[in-house]
Design a protein around this ligand. Structure first.
Ligand code: PMP
Length: 403
């Protein structure tokens, strides 16, 4: 499949805005979806629409087998040991909440929870809530000057034997990559339970949860060319099985009486209610799409685009880059000298350029950078060098207008 064929699979990209071709550089917020993902979901609604797990009839068994097949696909995709370790959630946010809530009785007053300074709010707030319920203490792991996780400070914090270490695999605001395998190994040595937020990694890196060796790994379907409203919680079976369910009701039970309820076994125990069936089927198709990409080439092309983007921004001048490194994954964060990020974003939008501007759900990171916000340009498999050139041309005219 050549690049033109690949890009043609994304209907959203074939439009113009204000007479300009759409230049979508906001994949880190959500990726565009290939037509085959949309078709798979429509096909389910048109032909197989029925609830899963419940009925004896054929539509239900077709829906159930498609739904459960995606669990097997995911097990393989992230190299989990067992299919029961893959739990469908409504997103990364819900998945982290499920872990933080589910561990409540295992955490006690004074326990330490280490989190990433560059973390998305979804990997901060649930831990703060857990700390409020239990009396645990949440501490951020500092960043170095160049916005990497400060590994020396991390090792010092690990001496205090944290109960939980929750890291991002890739920062959504900056695109910086954490060396998670090594960080997790050290956390485990210190006796911590470990969670990796893979929302920004899953579409760009081959993720192997057994090689990372974390207890939990979470991500969202919509950032990997799949639909919104769906996420995945991977958990090591023995630990996943100890989580108290955040949501209870139908499907997650073995038996219910007015006196007592016996919970189901995994994975059902953590999947209460009717799941997002069409979305799961859509995610299965998104993974089939990713599987067909020449992975090494795709990764190289994405990393070349990121380096090109960084160098073009540097050449433009009057630009501050944040956490820009050669190994950034998918995103570059910047500000135009003295200008408000929102103004820059709006002026870019008028030229068909979609970038994200704001605090990127990472307010503590913005505070540590001593800024209110920034612009972020992010790429996916459909991003071309022309997109980057169009973006730089548009930003040049924004610069001329504002400075
Ligand atoms: N973590 C990271 C690193 C993210 O980028 C995002 C989405 N911006 C989330 C968590 C939350 O994902 P969702 O909104 O899909 O639950």
């Amino acid at each position: 499949m050549d690049f033109t064929q690949l890009r043609a699979q994304f209907p959203t990209l074939e439009q113009t805005l204000e007479g300009y071709p759409l230049c979508y550089l906001d994949t880190a917020a959500t990726s565009q979806k290939p037509k085959r993902v949309l078709d798979a979901m429509v096909q389910y609604y048109e032909k197989d629409n029925a609830n899963v797990h419940r009925a004896a009839h054929q539509l239900s068994s077709r829906a159930t087998s498609q739904y459960e097949a995606v669990r097997d696909t995911l097990r393989r995709f992230i190299n989990a040991e067992r299919r029961e370790e893959v739990i469908f959630t409504h997103g990364t946010t819900e998945a982290i909440n499920m872990v933080a809530y589910g561990l409540t009785t295992q955490i006690k007053k004074g326990d330490l929870i280490l989190i990433d300074t560059a973390a998305h709010h979804a990997n901060i707030v649930p831990w703060q809530q857990l700390a409020q319920r239990t009396g645990a203490i949440v501490k951020p792991i500092p960043l170095t000057e160049d916005c990497r996780l400060d590994e020396t400070a991390y090792d010092t914090l690990l001496r205090d034997k944290p109960a939980i270490v929750a890291l991002s695999h890739v920062s959504n605001a900056l695109g910086t990559l954490n060396p998670v395998s090594s960080l997790i190994a050290r956390a485990k040595q210190a006796g911590a339970l470990t969670l990796v937020d893979g929302a920004q990694a899953i579409a760009h890196l081959a993720v192997d949860v057994r090689s990372i060796d974390c207890d939990f790994y979470v991500f969202s379907a919509h950032k990997m060319y799949g639909p919104t409203g769906l996420g995945v919680l991977y958990g090591r079976y023995e630990i996943l099985d100890t989580l108290a369910p955040l949501i209870s009701g139908g499907e997650m039970i073995k038996s219910v009486s007015f006196e007592a309820t016996e919970f189901n076994i995994l994975p059902n125990r953590l999947e209460a209610g009717t799941p997002p069936i069409a979305e799961v089927i859509g995610l299965g198709e998104a993974i089939a799409f990713i599987d067909e990409l020449p992975s090494v080439e795709t990764a190289r092309q994405e990393s070349e685009l990121i380096c090109y983007l960084q160098s073009q921004l540097e050449q433009l001048g009057d630009i501050t880059l944040y956490g820009a490194h050669k190994d950034n994954i998918g995103a570059v964060a910047f500000n135009l000298a003295g200008e408000h990020h929102q103004d820059v974003g709006i002026l870019l939008d008028q030229q068909g350029i979609a970038v994200r501007c704001g605090h990127h759900c990472a307010m503590p990171l913005m505070q540590s950078l001593q800024i209110k916000g920034c612009c972020r340009a992010s790429v996916g498999v459909y991003t071309s060098k022309d997109d980057i050139d169009n973006f730089i041309t548009a930003l040049t005219s924004v610069k001329e207008l504002l400075l």
